[in-house]
Design a protein around this ligand. Structure first.
Ligand SMILES: [Zn+2]
Length: 53
């Protein structure tokens, strides 16, 4: 189930989209998406996934 995620830069509040997407990291806590805004700030978001087991 995918919903629109309101993902914004922590510094300038600019909307973060595929254009700012840099990399995804999967840890035991979930998947994190790293975005690099045009202002230079890096924002990390946590993506909830239904991947148990
Ligand atoms: Zn920014």
């Amino acid at each position: 189930m995918l919903e629109s995620i309101d993902c914004r830069c922590t510094r300038c509040d600019h909307a973060l989209d595929d254009e700012q997407f840099r990399l995804a990291m999967t840890t035991t806590a979930g998947t994190r998406h790293v975005y690099e805004c045009g202002c230079g700030a890096v924002t990390v978001t946590v993506v909830a996934e239904d991947r148990i087991g």
